[in-house]
Design a protein around this ligand. Sequence first.
Ligand code: GDP
Ligand code: IMO
Ligand code: MG
Length: 433
Amino acid sequence: MSVVVVMGAQWGDEGKGKFVDLLASKADLVVRATGGSNAGHTVWANGQQYKLHQIPSGVLYKGTLCVIGNGVVLDPEKLMEEMDYLEAKGVDLSGLRISAGAHLVLPYHVRLDGAEEDRKGANKIGTTRRGIGPAYMDKYARTGIRVVDLMDRDEFLSKLTAQVEAKNELLTKIYGLPGFTVEEIAEPYLAYAERIRPYVANTVELLNDAIDAGKNILFEGAQGTLLDVDFGTYPYVTSSHPIAAGSIIGAGVGPTRVDRVVGIVKAYTSRVGEGPFPTELLDEAGSRIREAGHEYGTTTGRPRRVGWLDLVMVRYACRVSGITDLAVPHLDTLAKTGIERIKVCVGYRLPDGTVTREFPVGLKALAQVTPVYEEFPNWSFDPAKGTPRQYEDLPEGARRYVECIEEFTGVPVSILGVGSERSDAIYRTSFFS
Ligand code: GDP
Ligand code: IMO
Ligand code: MG
């Protein structure tokens, strides 16, 4: 048995969905414990594309239990859309389990998210406008409404009435926007409640029983380390904890139960939304990577900002989460760009000329660093040889690149991605027996 956490080591969109789908073939349970519908995880399985937002990617395997933990802020309306989308593709949802402790995203959260972004104007965070920040604000202000409340009509109506009153004050008086009536939210939400009810479970018991019974558990991280509210590029972050620790808080599993933490590191860097990005490429190389990697948001469709791989950042992510293994997708994408020389950031030069491997705290400090690069000749895949299946089959340039990542971070690269399909991966270790 094993408990494995898969998490993003950059700014999200590293390829978590793909690797969770890969590892889920041997997992009994897959858990989403943080974030909400801001996540967009793309999985290609047998030529079909699946875009997942709140439901764990393990859902593509019949019989695998898929848990939405208490740490998620659950948008029931978006969940209904996702359930319809998956059912239309023939996916069996009977393994879905939803924590009664998960907080709800309500329509006023979504409106407030947009209103605050618009108010900030040029200083906006560039959120997904899915109501994530306002929903977590309510959770920590102790005014949130949870799935357990939604399951109890009277409780839900009473809490909703108080919240609608408070949020209407904000919306109308501060933002000059229309408010909501209790009825316009209650009616659809009470209908969602009935569709959700069969899936609601005591997920803390479920998960801990599964661990005790020696089952294989996989945590599917959302977002990435640099979007963490404590460890990310604050304030250009999300409102949850995408680091490994977030998984255990968001699911009710003790830290002693986790065996391995897999950090996903794209072979380059991407970021959606605003905020500093030391290795960002605003030139032709950037557009080539964006096009070769189809770097457009799964949730919002926004073009993703792209740049060279930043190992200072990845090393930091390894430390913050105790990453035991790295997974590096998109080795094929770099090859596809045709760019002759690939750069990797191996240090930050500070304004006084010294070079550091430490990731700084604060945007001002980060904005002042100049990346120090190591260069690698690009590689190419020989179409005659097909997709590489073994590490030894990778072009030498790609292997040197991988070794550089291992040397700098001190963490083994255990899985490599050489294409978007489920099968386009090379394992150098096994995670589940
Ligand atoms: P997530 O949010 O971390 O799950 O990542 P996204 O799904 O938002 O973005 C990752 C994108 O990279 C998706 O379109 C995946 O299909 C794609 N992808 C993942 N691994 C690889 C790989 O090794 N090669 C290629 N070409 N695409 C990959
Ligand atoms: P996955 O799981 C990439 C970014 C947004 C914005 C910031 C705050 O697919 O990797 P929010 O709506 O959360 O308040 O937005 O966080 N962001 C993501 N970027 N991948 C994600 O998820 C993201 N989820 C949020 O673009 O910059
Ligand atoms: Mg994504």
